[in-house]
Design a protein around this ligand. Structure first.
Ligand code: ATP
Ligand SMILES: Nc1ccn([C@@H]2O[C@H](COP(=O)(O)O)[C@@H](O)[C@H]2O)c(=O)n1
Length: 225
């Protein structure tokens, strides 16, 4: 029998990464940051001089993506492409735009599918993304779809980037988030939609701890802990 998977999907800034990390730590399960694979693909295109719109070239990059993940002493995840540290570059707004542009290409999604499924190892996996519950792990025993208003998600992202010393504009971030939502939700393959059997949690007015408590309650009810 394959290892259990808990999927956490939703739009950008909904708190998927925060909740998924806490959950993986609590359960001592593996963690898949599927967005990082799309972000590295977009970044690899910049490094290799390939346009995000060049379907064949981007697909070749995704098929042979030389990416590695490592834990730094401070708990952060180091992401490397061909051994080059791209951890910071992939987290910029440009990194997000590149990821969502290449993620709309069906052959790129196909190229990254097996790689994502390989993360499913005992004792279990928490998978964070947009199509974890609908496409990558449709048989997952527990699925969440986290959401929040675009305005609240833009405010969260603003605080996050300001705390890292980046200079950002809130209206611009809101525009970016709305653009990314529209692109992710309207693409022909693996659009951002909750799986039919997903538990939807709206965190617009709910703290991280409150969301985590709701998630843990469902994990217990499913007998996964
Ligand atoms: N319920 C919440 N209340 C307040 N802030 C939150 C909440 N959930 C997450 N945050 C904060 O919002 C920011 C974005 O969260 P996070 O990175 O987990 O979102 P995400 O859904 O993984 O986004 P992306 O898909 O773009 O990576 C973080 O700074 C996080 O601390
Ligand atoms: N399963 C996924 C995960 C991500 N994407 C695309 O990548 C972009 C960046 O993702 P983050 O979670 O790191 O913000 C995102 O906007 C999606 O376009 C995806 O398509 N499928």
């Amino acid at each position: 029998m394959s290892a259990p998977v808990i999927t956490v999907d939703g739009p950008s800034g909904a708190g998927k990464g925060t909740i998924s990390h806490k959950l993986a730590d609590r359960l001592d399960w593996g963690f898949l940051d599927s967005g990082a694979l799309y972000r590295v693909t977009g970044q690899a295109c910049l490094i290799e001089g390939v346009s995000w719109d060049d379907v064949d070239a981007v697909t070749e990059i995704a098929r042979h993506l030389d990416v590695s993940f490592a834990s730094a002493a401070n708990g952060e995840v180091l992401v490397a492409y061909k051994g080059q540290d791209v951890s910071r570059a992939i987290r910029t707004e440009e990194g997000g735009r590149g990821a969502s542009t290449v993620a709309a290409i069906p052959s790129v999604r196909e190229a990254l599918l097996a790689r994502q499924r390989d993360f499913r190892q005992p004792p279990g996996l928490v998978a964070d993304g947009r199509d974890m519950g609908t496409v990558v792990f449709p048989d997952a025993p527990l699925k969440f779809f986290l959401t929040a208003s675009a305005e609240e998600r833009a405010r969260r992202r603003y605080k996050q980037l300001i705390s890292k010393g980046e200079s950002v504009s809130l209206p611009r971030l809101l525009e970016d988030i709305k653009e990314r939502d529209a692109r992710d939700s309207s693409r022909s393959v693996s659009p951002l939609v909750p799986a039919g059997d997903a538990i939807v949690i709206d965190s617009t007015a709910t703290s991280i701890d409150q969301v985590f408590d709701q998630v843990m309650q469902k994990v217990r009810e499913k007998g996964l802990i």
